[in-house]
Design a protein around this ligand. Structure first.
Ligand code: FE2
Length: 334
C-alpha cells in the first residue's frame, strides 16, 4: 500500500497544542483507512500527540504505531489514554497478571497455557454480540511468527456506499440480531458437556442483542454498515430464509478483494482501530510457528452509535437530534 506524507500534522491541532514541539510523524493512507504513526514513544507520549493519534483514528479508522516495545504495564497505561480498558467477559482469555489484556496465543507462559489460540479468524467486529459493543481495539504482537502475519480490514462505510439499491432498502431502518454462541471456544472445564449444553451455556453468557444494520458514527457522522459474518445471525422482520439470503449477499459483496485492506505485521507495531467503521479478521499462523497477540478493548466514552447511550448497565436506544461529538471534545483522557 502506498502512503502520502502529511506535510504538517501540527497544522491539524488546536493552536495551544500545535506550539508544543513534537517529532511525531503521520503518514496518511492512500485509501480510506490506515494512518501510520512513527517517531513517538508511547511510554512518554504527550497529550498533544495522543490527540493527534485520536484525530487520525476517528478520521482514518485504523492507525499503525511503529516501533513500540512496551511492558504490559506501559501498554495498558497507553490504552488508558484513549478510554477505559475492557475486562473481557470470559476469564480464560485474560493475561494471568493483567486482566485488561486479552491474549490470543499458541505459546506457553511460565510453563502453562495462556489465553486462547486461533481467535478471530472470521470477519467480525469486536463485541457486536453485546448490548454495548467495543468502540476501540488496540493490538500488539508479543510474538510474531517468523513467516507472514497479517490482519485484514474492511471499511464498512465504503461497502455501504456501494450497496445495490435493493439491499440498501432491505437494511435501512432494520435491526440485525447479533450472537456470539457459534464462536464460543470450548475450554478444559467443558469436558463431558454435550453440544446442546454448551450452546445453552453460550447463549446464557451473551443473550442475543439487536443493533441497527446501518449505524451513524458519533464523531464523524459517517454511516457504517453494521452486520458481520461472525456474529450477525438474523435480520428482524424477515424469515430465517430471507435473512440468510440477504446477509449472505451483503457478506459476499463486503468481502470482495477490492474492499480488503491488509496489514502485514512488523515487529514493534501497535494497531488501534475503530470497530464502528471496520470489520476485521485475523490471518492464519503457519503450522509450527508461534504467535502471541495482546489485545486491549477500549471504551472511548462515546456512544457506540448515535442513539445508543453509553452505560455500564443496560444501554438503551433513544430518539435524538443528531449531535456529533467534535474532535475537540476528545482531548481529555479519562
Ligand atoms: Fe476481533
Amino acid at each position: 500500500m502506498e502512503y502520502e506524507l502529511e506535510e504538517s500534522a501540527a497544522a491539524r491541532l488546536p493552536a495551544n497544542l500545535a506550539t508544543n514541539a513534537s517529532a511525531l510523524k503521520v503518514v496518511l493512507p492512500s485509501r480510506s483507512i490506515g494512518a501510520e504513526i512513527s517517531n513517538v514513544d508511547i511510554r512518554t507520549i504527550s497529550d498533544g500527540d495522543v490527540l493527534t493519534i485520536k484525530r487520525q483514528l476517528y478520521e482514518h479508522k485504523l492507525v499503525v504505531i511503529r516501533g513500540q516495545f512496551p511492558s504490559e504495564e506501559d501498554y495498558i497505561a497507553f490504552a488508558r489514554r484513549f478510554g477505559t480498558p475492557q475486562i473481557y467477559l470470559q476469564p480464560n482469555y485474560h493475561h494471568p497478571e493483567h486482566k485488561e489484556i486479552f491474549v490470543s496465543s499458541n505459546e506457553q507462559y511460565q510453563g502453562r497455557k495462556i489465553g486462547v489460540r486461533g481467535t478471530g479468524r472470521y470477519w467480525h467486529t469486536d463485541y457486536s454480540f453485546m448490548p454495548e459493543p467495543l468502540p476501540l481495539t488496540m493490538l500488539r504482537a508479543k510474538t510474531l511468527p517468523r513467516g507472514v502475519r497479517e490482519t485484514y480490514y474492511i471499511d464498512t462505510t465504503r461497502v455501504l456506499e456501494q450497496l445495490p439499491d435493493d439491499l440498501r432498502a432491505l437494511v435501512t431502518d432494520r435491526f440485525g440480531i447479533h450472537e456470539g454462541k457459534y464462536r464460543y471456544k470450548v475450554q478444559a472445564s467443558d469436558i463431558d458437556a454435550s453440544l446442546a449444553e454448551l450452546l445453552e451455556m453460550a447463549i446464557g453468557l451473551a443473550p442475543p442483542v439487536r443493533h441497527p444494520c446501518i449505524i451513524e458514527h458519533p464523531v464523524s457522522g459517517k454511516r457504517c454498515l453494521y452486520v458481520n459474518r461472525g456474529f450477525t445471525t438474523g435480520l428482524e422482520g424477515l424469515s430465517a430464509e430471507e435473512s440468510a439470503r440477504v446477509l449472505n449477499r451483503i457478506f459476499e459483496l463486503s468481502e470482495r478483494a477490492e474492499h480488503i485492506h491488509t496489514h502485514s505485521w512488523q515487529d514493534g507495531d501497535i494497531l488501534l482501530w475503530d470497530n464502528r467503521y471496520l470489520l476485521h479478521r485475523a490471518g492464519a499462523v503457519a503450522p509450527g510457528e508461534t504467535s502471541t497477540t495482546y489485545r486491549i478493548g477500549i471504551y472511548d466514552g462515546l456512544p457506540f452509535y448515535v442513539g445508543l447511550l453509553p452505560s455500564k448497565s443496560q444501554p438503551v436506544l433513544v430518539e435524538t437530534n443528531v449531535v456529533h461529538y467534535p474532535v475537540g471534545a476528545l482531548e481529555v483522557s479519562p
